[in-house]
Write a protein that binds this ligand. Sequence first.
Ligand SMILES: Nc1ncnc2c1ncn2[C@@H]1O[C@H](COP(=O)(O)OP(=O)(O)O)[C@@H](O)[C@H]1O
Ligand SMILES: [Mg+2]
Length: 248
Amino acid sequence: MDILEVKSLSKAFGGVAALKDVSFDVPEGQIRGFIGPNGAGKTTLFSLIAGAVRPTAGKVTLRDGNITGKKPSALVKMGVVRTHQIVRPFRALSVLENVQLAVHFGRHAVTSLATARERAMDALKLVGLDGKAKMLASALSLGEQKRLEVARALATAPSILMLDEICGGLAATETKNMLDLVCRIREGGTTVLYIEHDMKAVMSVCDTITVLNFGQKLAEGKPEEIQNNDSVIEAYLGKSTLRAHTSG
Ligand SMILES: Nc1ncnc2c1ncn2[C@@H]1O[C@H](COP(=O)(O)OP(=O)(O)O)[C@@H](O)[C@H]1O
Ligand SMILES: [Mg+2]
């Protein structure tokens, strides 16, 4: 069953058409990848689904409900959550406090501080930051801040989690840990929408990949289909680039 249906979604920023008539369905439990060159409209797509930006046209359906244009606060309560490409922790709060706050804004109402702390610790354990719970968020490395961003999103108990370039700027081992985390999140029952610049990373964890180019959907298919899709190879990656990123 599809958990998410995006139909003819479009967004214009003034004269710039960031997204044009994009449609796709995501089955529950899938890891769906989104790739495309800089400016292709990937982040805008997440902003539209998460309610941070209102679409110019089109419809977003969660299970059977129309969620188009709903506010982020309402969508989080419905289980639709995204991370930001540029991490945004509360720098003066501890790692634990950052995640605890997210629990309070999340899908399941919590009245007890102790319960919120417990759920926050669960999320920190999942991303491997439980040992740094008391540190200030500002003291974390970039890789740890990216994991904190994921923990904050997880703490809201999402049914759909949108991850925007969580491996950007990470070293190889950190990237591998992050990809393992993405798989664990899905195993926990969460559907994942995943934007990543690193082609090899996307290809290794995603069930299906949707390719955007100049705001439009260029292709969709299994990783190996995308890798061998002529329009994907020729339109924007260049044969050598795609093959170099996916082999070995
Ligand atoms: N808030 C905004 N105001 C104006 N233009 C924007 C805004 N957000 C994105 N854009 C433009 O929309 C296009 C798609 O951007 P974006 O969704 O960030 O692409 P991607 O994430 O694929 O790199 C780009 O041309 C970008 O400059
Ligand atoms: Mg982006």
